[in-house]
Write a protein that binds this ligand. Sequence first.
Ligand SMILES: [Zn+2]
Length: 204
Amino acid sequence: MPNTTSDENRAKAAASLRELLAGNRRFAEGDPSPHVVSAAQREALLAGQHPKAVLLGCVDARVPPEVVLDQSVGDLLTVRTAGQSLAGVALGSIEFGVRALGLSLVVVLGHTGCGAVLAALSDDHADGHLGELTGEVADRLAEVVGADPVRATGANLDATVGALRAMPTLRTPAGHAPFVVGLLYDMGTGVVAVSDDGGLLTDG
Ligand SMILES: [Zn+2]
């Protein structure tokens, strides 16, 4: 694993984030890349994976990350849980991208109209594993006043980004904390907005 400096990490993470945002613009404008994967490209990928980012998204069928960000095979290490919950084994998969692959960009992709957020806001909590999951989202929303779904969606995204930034085990092999960025997908317009880039696109 290359022993990159933090400046190199920042430049690489910022470039990757810009590529994802450019991909979303192509998607939202109805002009995505064709994503035909040739045999030669598949063969090149046999040598190893070098995705642009770890992406934690929602399981919602209407928000497939590779599609809405116009990315192809090998571009994203994607983890999906309902409401981007960090419950269960999701964290281990995120750590795999950062610790084993050395990725310095972790994207959390929230979306409008998230059923898991609505379920967490309701008093009618499910039992079983689903209940654990919505309970974890509900805990994150505990400080949100009222039950406004728009505010709750933003609060849920902010809380996930904050939790990942605070996680001491999320470090690249060179010892760097990854840049954790929150993006919000609007299901109506198809547009992704940066909700919190931690200064990645503006500082430094
Ligand atoms: Zn959702």
